[in-house]
Ligand binder design. Sequence first.
Ligand code: FES
Ligand SMILES: [Fe+2]
Length: 399
Amino acid sequence: MARNAFEWTETPQFPPTHYVDTAIYTNDQLFREEQQKIFNKCWIIACHESELPNAFDYRTFNHPGGAPLIVVRGEDMQIRSFYNICPHRGNTLLYDPVGNAKRITCIFHAWSFNTTGDCIDISRGKQGYQERFGCEKAGLREVKTGVACGGFVWVNTDDDCCSLKEYIGDAMELLDGHLDAPLEVFHYHKAIVNTNYKLWHDTNSEFYHDYMHYFNRITGMIQPGYFDRKYTGYPNGHASVGSMAIKYDAYEGSKQRGVGWPGLAPGGWVLIDMFPGMTYNLRTSVLRMDTAIPLGPNKLLIEFRGLGLKSDTPEERAERVRDHNQIWGPFGRNLHEDLLGVHGQGLAMREGTDSKWVIHGREENMTIHDEGGMRHFYAEWSKRMGRLASAPFDETTLT
Ligand code: FES
Ligand SMILES: [Fe+2]
């Protein structure tokens, strides 16, 4: 072993807030614990209201806590969520990812439900159950749902959770005034990566990795103001990074942006990380939303949405789509670099290797290359899990 390779064998010489045990990225039992203590307790973005424009439109959503959900707009235009599980014998109700259903009928024994979750028909109900059981006792299991912060649909599977407003707190203040006009999703794609969800959220919580992005080095890092940007941590594990003017014209092939965003200075940028895995990323003409949906400790589904204004003219929309795709689309540049970053990290942290610690130790007065954003996340993670993220992993401490 190289003489100075201490990190493979020794606990880092940092405070316990400044590193984590790699088991938190790989261990199956820890992941089950995260589902219970984090995903099933936090508000999670399921989709955007513009994806359900009409009455009876629905989307299915695999909640990261494990419950399959239906998000549906009722006749009253309210958006509600339910388990996508029939109360009769537990069959899946809706199979398509999107659709429109005035009535949701289970394929198994044909019980039917409306979009407010009421049972409206039990086939041969009277014959089989007489007066003992009927529709009034057979509704769908509703899940708390709210629409907020730019028209996103948030769900919480915990009936006793705090309100969505309380959960968000002041964390969205940098986007105040920028999300008031109705928005519309114009781009959606997903990536399934062999990594842990936290590694993805980490890339959105530290910008030291701008070294990986040619585009960001040119348009950001070498420009005045880049190192003035500051991280701000908020209650519940959320964090934001302040704006700066991005010099898009410094990137070869870029042209001056023709469309802007309400209230945002030209070239402005705001990034807000919402615990445990959602990121608002507003740059000049486009809002990008990432939602990290873990499928297991070592498998992650990331949903990417690009949004413009609902009021866009076709020309404005085309420009936003171009701006979005150049950097963030599936054929753009930045996203793949980020995916390579977390994929490589994920491989290096496989259980059974000697990789034991990840250091979050950079301190630069909470400016852009400070790793305080990650430390803020792991402080919340540790609080909710009842264990320090840096605590040496020991299966006997699992609850
Ligand atoms: S399981 Fe749905 S009607 Fe029987
Ligand atoms: Fe990145």
